[in-house]
Design a protein. Structure first.
Length: 546
């Protein structure tokens, strides 16, 4: 491969420039690259991401001859994606969001390539550049939504397959009751770790599949239902083995090995699908054109070098002439592009390392002073375990279990951050609670009226969740420097803007939870939680910085 790579004609000055860019980008994106390689690539749903760089290198090597035949034409248009990448860098850096930094890195790489190679070479390697995106895990809010839907679909199909087999099975949420035991389809069994790698694999197969575009699209999209169906079959087989061989077989070797079975079944099915699609019209003729069912030509596979009029050869001769006759003025323009790009990147690095955009704003009053008596509510403080304290990075917190005169409970939790940074920012309950096995069966927002308070009301997130038969109702929101926000990405945007304009990123997460007792309605639990929230918000405002 090294011998083949050497066939790509790059001047020594090009290697030097590439090395300079690589060093600068390594410093600019140091924390993001560390997070990607040391953490994100080791998440069980995204271990395939570490293979993508090698796939991209191979795709570039595969295009080496076409790259050499296309002249490099420096372009100022490449500054557009470069500047977009720098803007995304600051949004991710100040907003505390790694995925935005990953997208920033991708745009910067596209911009630098466009500046030095030109649009024609970008078009030549477009698929390799798109494939780079597969290196980056989805942001948590997307992953969680996909996981939730996949769990429900896999549970439904798994129960249907058990019924077909002849077993009695009942599903409640993501819990499958097979009589003698219950199988819980947790995040690890959702199929996400199989769906995404199969999508990447089918995308590669579609790229190499020399067929009409609709056939490639069908091949790619079919990987999603294929992975879901096979994963549901795996869940059904787990239930069958549970009934015949016991938990040790179902939860031991088979549960670990069955993930490989998905690929063992899926890959041959994708190849079979390619073979079937290749037999369907339109099919490629010997001269490279596509034909309709009636035998008439549909279109040429490529508009270059296949028109039969010699224009393709003329274009190649012009390209060769442009490379041979490159003037000193053109080389100076190339140098100007390089200097501007370096100035932008070095300035970004210098500002990010020397200017502090966030001041640490201490809490107005420590939560040790928060009252345990609120109206009819009496509280008992709780202490968080050290492992969670080490992982959450907050500056102060309070966890208190309050009980009213009727013996009904509300759990009150607040985490305050005096400064939010990448990896040290607020975690939404939408991320933590489903990861602990809680299923959000209802979610939305609720407006709570606050008598004699400014503002007169606040809008909070509302969710009804279940776990192993336990039902709870939860409210949560994010007080942010005078705002009350309900979305984590709203928090990121507010952090970016306030860091730029106010040098502040302090904020808090507030979460209140009450059980839905077996003998009460949802409306009764809602009234209790809303009543407690109405009483606690004015008190909490005295502890948070204005």
């Amino acid at each position: 491969m090294l011998k083949a790579m050497s066939a790509i004609q790059l001047r020594p000055i090009s290697w030097i420039k590439a090395g300079i860019y690589a060093v600068i980008l390594a410093f600019v994106y140091q924390t993001a690259l560390s997070q990607l390689v040391l953490h994100d690539w080791h998440r069980e749903d995204y271990t395939h991401c570490m293979l993508i760089p090698f796939v991209v290198i191979y795709l570039l090597w595969e295009k080496r001859q076409e790259l050499n035949s296309v002249p490099s034409q420096s372009s100022w248009i490449g500054l557009v994606p470069l500047l977009i990448g720098i803007l995304l860098f600051w949004m991710g850096e100040l907003g505390g969001e790694y995925f935005t930094l990953y997208m920033s890195l991708w745009f910067v790489i596209i911009g630098l390539l466009w500046i030095h190679l030109g649009w024609q070479k970008i078009k030549t390697i477009w698929f390799a550049l798109v494939m780079m995106l597969a290196m980056f895990p989805f942001p948590n809010f997307i992953t969680l939504r996909i996981t939730l839907y996949l769990r429900l679909i896999s549970s439904k199909l798994g129960v249907w397959m058990l019924h077909v087999y002849g077993m009695s099975a009942h599903r409640e949420g993501n819990v499958i009751d097979i009589g003698f035991t219950q199988l819980q389809v947790v995040d690890a069994c959702s199929g996400l770790r199989y769906v995404i790698p199969l999508m990447v694999l089918s995308l590669l197969l579609a790229y190499w599949f020399k067929a009409h575009i609709w056939k490639r699209l069908v091949l790619f999209l079919s990987s999603i239902p294929l992975a879901i169906v096979i994963n549901s079959f795996r869940i059904a087989v787990t239930g069958i083995l549970y009934s015949t061989m016991g938990a040790k077989v179902a939860e031991g070797f088979f549960h670990g090995f069955s993930g490989w079975l998905i690929f063992i079944f899926a890959i041959p099915m994708l190849l079979l699908e390619m073979w079937i699609l290749s037999k369907l019209p339109p099919r490629k003729k010997t001269d490279g054109r596509w034909e309709r069912e009636d035998g008439r030509p549909l279109r040429s596979e490529s508009g270059r070098g296949e028109r039969g009029d010699g224009s393709g050869d003329i274009e190649e001769e012009k390209a060769d002439d442009s490379r041979r006759n490159a003037s000193p003025a053109a080389r100076k323009v190339l140098q100007a592009h390089f200097v501007v790009a370096i100035v932008l990147l070095v300035a970004t690095l210098a500002v990010s390392k020397t200017v502090e955009f966030r001041e640490k704003i201490p809490i107005a009053k420590t939560f040790n002073q928060f009252p345990v008596e609120i109206g009819e509510w009496t509280g008992k403080r709780q202490v968080m375990e050290q492992q969670f304290l080490n992982a959450l990075y907050f500056s102060d917190y309070i966890i208190t279990d309050y009980r009213n005169s009727q013996g009904k409970d509300v759990n009150f939790y607040v985490a305050y951050y005096d400064s939010q940074r990448k990896g040290e920012s607020i975690h939404s309950p939408e991320t933590c609670l489903p990861g602990s096995g809680w299923a959000f069966t209802q979610s939305g927002t609720a407006t709570i009226a606050l008598a004699g308070h400014n503002p007169k009301s606040i809008t909070v997130n509302r969710a009804f969740m279940e776990k192993s038969g336990v039902r709870e109702l939860v409210y949560f929101w994010f007080p942010m420097r005078g705002r009350v926000l309900t979305t984590l990405y709203g928090v990121k945007i507010a952090n970016f803007w306030d860091a730029m304009t106010r040098q502040r990123t302090d904020g808090a997460l507030v979460r209140v939870i009450t059980p839905v007792y077996g003998n009460e309605t949802m409306e009764e639990a809602e009234a209790r939680l809303a009543g407690f929230t109405r009483e606690v918000v004015p008190i909490l405002d005295g502890f948070l910085p204005k």
